[in-house]
Design a protein around this ligand. Structure first.
Ligand code: SF4
Length: 331
């Protein structure tokens, strides 16, 4: 796959550079299935994120975007490819060598309730990160946790409360404080606002944007909905069945999308100005199984423009306009 980083990057070295990443999971077929199959969850994905920048990673559920996040963090071992953090190849680091690297890359999960230990106080949940990484004594850690609570919009007095005593939005603030505790460079948000009410989503996104400015953070912001990533992202990568199909800056993606799948995702996003019109493309059917993805262009089973060659040849992600990478034979 083409190195998308070359086409859309600035001059500075990216803080996160992901090159041709693959993650396949072996699955046992049924009793009479014969042989082992593989889930091609991530199938050759390349992107980069600069310091202080947000890359939105978007696609329907099951497209592999969360697996990208977990593999980049090395919570899953990649099948192939390279992950570089501040220029350092971390793809094959041992568990022990990954420990200091983990300080620099953190994650915020989708469901703040299930990701917080219900038996620990909120203060202990955030302080646990500092304790595990041997930072400060008990008193110093408590002071740092209190600072983090205030920074994410919680009260110091809430440090002794337990997760069930908080609202959904507050619980996600605890998750953000925990992710911030070690002063990371990169935060991966795995659908961090999808479980929240729309009004709370906006508050959490604004908080993340304020924190980005203050700490020069880089975000990989994963979501299934383009409307959610629109506000926070500088650039956006659209994923379909394990591959990036379009990758460009936010403005270009929203005003001049080139991939039919991006058009379909955009059709579901409301346009605030009624004078503006956008081509409507409604997708039918579900994402096919990644165990046996369609041949050629993975999207051909749902694409209204599909031609014969789409069933045979897999389109390469290539630059079709300055800074706009698209994987489609017709663009
Ligand atoms: Fe549709 Fe063919 Fe383009 Fe795939 S390559 S998106 S099937 S037109």
């Amino acid at each position: 796959m083409a190195d998308a980083a070359q086409a859309t990057g600035g001059a500075e070295a990216p803080v996160l550079d992901v090159i041709d990443l693959k993650k396949h999971f072996p699955v046992k077929k049924g009793l009479f299935g014969g042989g082992n199959a593989k889930v091609h969850a991530v199938d050759g994905v390349s992107f980069h994120i600069n310091q202080g920048e947000t890359l939105g990673l978007v696609g329907e559920s099951g497209c592999g975007k969360s697996t990208v996040g977990r593999t980049v963090l090395r919570l899953l071992n990649p099948t192939e490819g390279t992950i570089k953090l501040s220029g350092r190849d971390v793809t094959h680091l041992s568990k022990q060598d990954m420990r200091p690297v983990r300080r620099e890359m953190q994650i915020i999960f989708q469901d703040p309730y299930s990701s917080l230990n219900p038996r620990m106080s909120a203060g202990d949940i955030v302080g646990e990160m500092l304790r595990v990484h041997g930072m400060g004594n008990g008193e110093e850690r408590r002071t740092r946790v209190a600072e983090l609570f205030e920074r994410v919009g919680l009260r110091k007095a809430q440090m002794d409360s337990f997760p069930h005593e908080f609202s959904g939005g507050q619980r996600q603030r605890i998750g953000i404080a925990r992710a911030l505790a070690l002063n990371p460079k990169v935060i991966i948000g795995d659908e961090p606002v999808s479980a929240l009410d729309v009004s709370i989503q906006a508050q959490v996104i604004n908080l993340l944007m304020d924190l980005q400015k203050e700490f020069n953070l880089s975000y990989l912001f994963i979501a299934h909905d383009l409307a959610v990533v629109e506000h926070i992202s500088h650039r956006i990568a659209v994923m379909y069945l394990g591959r990036i199909v379009e990758y460009t800056d936010k403005k270009t993606l929203f005003t001049n999308p080139k991939h039919p799948y991006t058009e379909a995702l955009l059709s579901a996003v409301p346009i605030p100005d009624p004078r503006l019109k956008r081509k409507k493309l409604v997708l039918e059917g579900d994402v096919p199984s990644p165990i046996n993805p369609p041949s050629g262009c993975h999207f051909h089973t749902r694409c209204p423009y599909a031609e014969e060659r789409c069933r045979v040849d897999s389109p390469v992600l290539r630059e079709v306009a300055p800074g706009q990478m698209v994987a489609c034979h017709l663009r």
